[in-house]
Design a protein around this ligand. Structure first.
Ligand code: MN
Length: 418
C-alpha cells in the first residue's frame, strides 16, 4: 500500500497573486507526483483551503486537480482544518464531497454519550481511515473529551488516524506559546497518525504512538515561513508486510532567496549602490526574493526608495520581491524586539482583555472562541459577483445558525433577530 500525506495547503491564501498562484501550483505538482508514484490514495490533514469559502478561481483549480485524481482512481481523504472549518458546516469541502471528489473521514455517531467515529474504508487497500477535524480551541477539546477511544483501539486492522492539532509533547520550540493537546488524546494502536496544523515538518514516535507525522505546509503561508522553511512538501508512505517507509518529497515551484540589506548609517543613494554591487553577479530568475532590511535608518521609512530597489532586483529576473522591514530601527523610535505577532494571537490578546465586559450565559464554549468564530462569520468578504442582498442574508443566516448551534437563541424569537 502506498499513499501521499499532505496538510496545510491553504489554497487561496496570500494577497499577492504571484504567491497565491505558487500555492496552487504546489498542489498541482504534489498531485502530479502522487499520480506518477502510483499512490493508492491521498490524505489531506486539514487546511486544504485557506478559508471555508474560497474564490471561484481557487475552487476551480482545486476541482480540476481533484477530478484528475478521481479519473486515476486515487481516493482523497480529508479532515477540516482550523481554516477551512466552518462553525455552521458551510464549507466548500462539503460541496467537493457531494461531488465525489473527496471524502471527509470525520462522521460519527453518538453512542452512550460518547462520540463513535464511523471511519472510511479505502476500497482499494482496505485501510480504515478515521479523523477528527481541527476546530478552534475548546470545541476541539470537547470533541476529544467525548471521543470513544476504546472503540477505536479494539482491533488492529490497518488503521490511520487523521488530526489537525498541535501535540503538547511534539510542539516545535518556536511554537511554544500555541495551544496544544496531550498526545494521550489520540487513540492508540494506529499504524500511522496523519497530522496537520503545525506548518513545520516532523516525524515522531512516542510511547504507544508510532509514525506520528506532520508534513508541514505544502507552501509557505506567510513571510516568516518563507524566511524559515523556504518551501514545503509532503510525504509518500509505503506500508508493506508491516514495514513502513516514509519519504519526504519537497515541492519547489520558485526558489526563495533572502537578500540581507544593511542600512546602518547609509544614505538612500548608497544603499541602492550597495544593492547594485551586491547583486551584479546574481541571477534571480524565477525566484521569490525577500529583501530583509536591518540597521539604523536616518530619517523615516519613506527615505528608502523601495520602488527603485525592487526594480533593481526584478531586472535580475525575480518573479516577486517581498520586503521584511522588521529589522529596521529608526532614529526617532526605540527598537522593538520580536514583534512577530500573528493576526490570530493579536485578536486573542485583544479579546481576552475585554472579554469580562460581556456575559454569555449558557454558552458551551469560552468567550474568546465564541467571539473569534462570530468575528470570522461577520468578517466574511463579499465574493466577486455576489449580490449585496445575498451577501447580507448569508452573513445573517450563518450568524443565527452559529448561535442556534451553541443554544444561545433558546427562548428568543429568531424571526426578529436580523
Ligand atoms: Mn494551517
Amino acid at each position: 500500500m502506498k499513499f501521499s500525506h499532505m496538510a496545510d495547503l491553504h489554497l487561496g491564501g496570500w494577497r499577492e497573486d504571484t504567491l497565491r498562484e505558487i500555492g496552487i501550483k504546489s498542489f498541482e505538482k504534489a498531485v502530479d507526483i502522487s499520480i506518477n508514484e502510483n499512490v493508492d490514495f491521498i490524505l489531506i490533514s486539514g487546511d486544504l483551503f485557506d478559508s471555508s469559502n474560497p474564490t471561484i478561481e481557487v475552487m476551480a483549480s482545486a476541482a480540476k486537480k481533484l477530478y484528475q485524481l478521481k479519473e486515476n482512481n486515487i481516493g482523497v481523504y480529508v479532515i477540516e482544518g482550523s481554516h477551512d472549518f466552518s462553525p455552521t458546516g458551510r464549507t466548500i469541502l462539503k460541496v467537493f464531497q457531494e461531488a465525489g471528489l473527496l471524502k471527509k473521514v470525520t462522521s460519527a455517531d453518538e453512542v452512550d454519550g460518547k462520540l463513535r467515529l464511523r471511519g472510511v474504508k479505502d476500497p482499494k487497500t482496505g485501510t480504515l481511515i478515521y479523523g477528527v477535524s481541527g476546530i478552534r480551541g475548546s470545541l476541539e477539546k470537547a470533541t476529544y473529551d467525548v471521543l470513544d477511544r476504546s472503540f477505536l483501539e479494539q482491533n488492529d486492522d490497518k488503521k490511520i488516524f487523521m488530526f489537525h492539532s498541535a501535540i503538547q509533547e511534539l510542539k516545535p520550540s518556536s511554537l511554544a506559546h500555541i495551544e496544544a493537546m496531550p498526545i494521550s488524546y489520540l487513540p492508540k494502536g494506529f499504524f500511522y497518525y496523519a497530522g496537520g496544523h503545525i506548518h513545520e515538518k516532523g516525524e515522531f514516535e512516542l510511547d504507544n504512538y508510532k509514525n506520528v507525522v506532520f508534513p508541514g505546509a505544502l507552501f509557505a503561508n506567510n513571510i516568516d515561513e518563507l524566511l524559515i522553511f523556504k518551501g514545503g512538501g509532503f510525504y509518500i508512505v509505503e506500508f508493506d508486510n508491516g514495514v513502513i517507509s516514509k519519504k519526504y518529497v519537497p515541492v519547489k515551484i520558485a526558489p526563495v532567496i533572502v537578500l540581507e540589506i544593511n542600512v546602518d548609517g547609509l544614505t538612500s543613494f548608497s544603499i541602492e549602490e550597495n544593492i547594485k554591487n551586491d547583486i551584479s553577479k546574481k541571477d534571480f530568475t524565477n525566484s521569490i526574493v525577500i529583501t530583509k532590511f536591518k540597521g539604523k535608518l536616518e530619517g523615516n521609512i519613506s527615505s528608502l526608495n523601495f520602488k527603485k530597489i525592487n526594480e533593481l532586483i526584478e531586472n535580475k529576473g525575480a518573479r516577486l520581491v517581498k520586503r521584511d522591514t522588521r529589522g529596521l530601527v529608526f532614529k526617532e523610535f526605540k527598537e522593538i524586539k520580536n514583534v512577530s505577532f500573528t493576526k490570530d494571537k493579536l485578536e486573542e490578546d485583544i479579546i481576552s482583555r475585554h472579554k469580562d465586559q460581556v456575559s454569555l450565559k449558557g454558552c458551551p464554549t469560552e468567550t474568546i472562541y465564541f467571539v473569534k468564530n462570530l468575528m470570522e462569520i461577520l468578517s466574511k468578504e463579499k465574493k466577486e459577483g455576489e449580490k449585496k442582498d445575498d451577501y447580507n442574508n448569508n452573513i445573517i443566516r450563518d450568524s443565527i445558525e452559529y448561535l442556534r448551534k451553541l443554544k444561545l437563541l433558546d427562548g428568543l424569537d429568531e424571526n426578529n433577530l436580523s
